[in-house]
Write a protein that binds this ligand. Sequence first.
Ligand SMILES: C[S@@+](CC[C@H](N)C(=O)[O-])C[C@H]1O[C@@H](n2cnc3c(N)ncnc32)[C@H](O)[C@@H]1O
Length: 452
Amino acid sequence: MTKETARKMAVNMLTRVEAEGAYANLLLQKNSLRLTDSRDRHFVTLLVNGTLKHRLTLDYALRRHLSKPMSSLPHEVRAILRIGAFQILFLDKVPSAVAVNESVELAKEFPKFTGLVNVVLRKVMERGWDIDWPDLKREPVRYLSVRYSHPEWLIQRWLNRWGIEETEALCKVNNEPSPTWIRTNTLKISREDLTERLREEGITVQLGSRVPESLQISNFGALDQLDSFREGLFTVQDESSQLVAHVVNPQPGQSVLDACSAPGGKSTHLAQMMKNEGKILAFDIHAHKLELVEQLAQKLGITIIETQVGDARDLPGIRLESQDCVLVDAPCSGLGIIRRKADLRWQKEEQGLKDLPALQLAILERAASCVKNGGTLVYSTCTTEPDENFELVKRFRLSHPEFEPVDLADVLPFILEEPRDVKQGRKGMLQLLPHRHGMDGFFLAKFRRCEV
Ligand SMILES: C[S@@+](CC[C@H](N)C(=O)[O-])C[C@H]1O[C@@H](n2cnc3c(N)ncnc32)[C@H](O)[C@@H]1O
């Protein structure tokens, strides 16, 4: 199958995302398999994710040459214009003239708009990155929003907190391609042996420097075609997410509660650290997601995870002060992983963030009640927002003097360098940010129950 068909597939997917609210990752997973050549699969993924990520910047560049608003055009024509502009502005490997011609071909299905697509994309090609941006000093929110394709409400929040320089740095990182991290299944293989196996399978592998099980991989096609993957020698998990089980630091034979466990990335990591000895109770509110936990555990050869459907604000049937370790990997706004999910920035709304802290605190309160004396409690999120992180933990501690901070320097598998992180780490907390730490945005906090 040729690149032209990959482009057509991309237009169809982008149209469905915009018109029906379909999820791009699910569409890609389902449809791109129809492309037999792995280069085409790679290309369609690049087009869909890149166009979604940069949508606001692309529309800004296109609008300059349109006499009517984008919204007046059919969804398909918008998608054709956007993927055309994306190739011209962001892809060095595709000659701009090819991008224009291919887009005009696609537009022939919409004869009324073929001329418009041709004229507009030729102008985008001529102007290139010579775009009249809003003035950074006078209109910083608008500038950062259209320049880096982020919603204005999010830029405003980050600007208030961090100022222009840091906000710009974060936006830039969010637009970079996200590396693929995997976690060695240490129950079956060592990281060194896995590295060798993967290299034999033709994959480029780099050892992670912060987590002892982590590997960064590139140059791979479909993972499920690899024997090493099918044998359960590894699972895909971002590096910052792999830190959580190390911070929990459970020991073989202990009883562990994972209050929000699906799809099981951290539960299965905890089981690896426990050498598959002891018991992990994996809760989640969604039964269908718990099936994923069970499937993953089975694939990795893990037998100590027991799943239970239920609301973590209630944790029905779990006795007070019964667990050695409790993990609350809370439902959150996910704003630390914008780089990883192309359409996440457009799916979130500021209003939707408001109810999260109440839910998170209720889960944390109930989960904390299950920690036995001397046992530990870990709270984590994949967001950048203090209301869900530092502020939430502060609120929890105000009414729970029995929980004392555990210095994170003692449990993290790498050394904290920044004085700010060292100081927070002593208070049992750490905020990782993509532009400061070079990994997904994540928050971690750890406390031990002591006699009061
Ligand atoms: C951040 S995800 C957990 C990811 C998981 N720990 C992992 O590593 O794969 C948050 C999870 O919380 C679940 N959840 C949301 N509200 C919940 C509630 N009230 N009680 C229990 N689980 C809940 C969601 O279904 C989701 O699976």
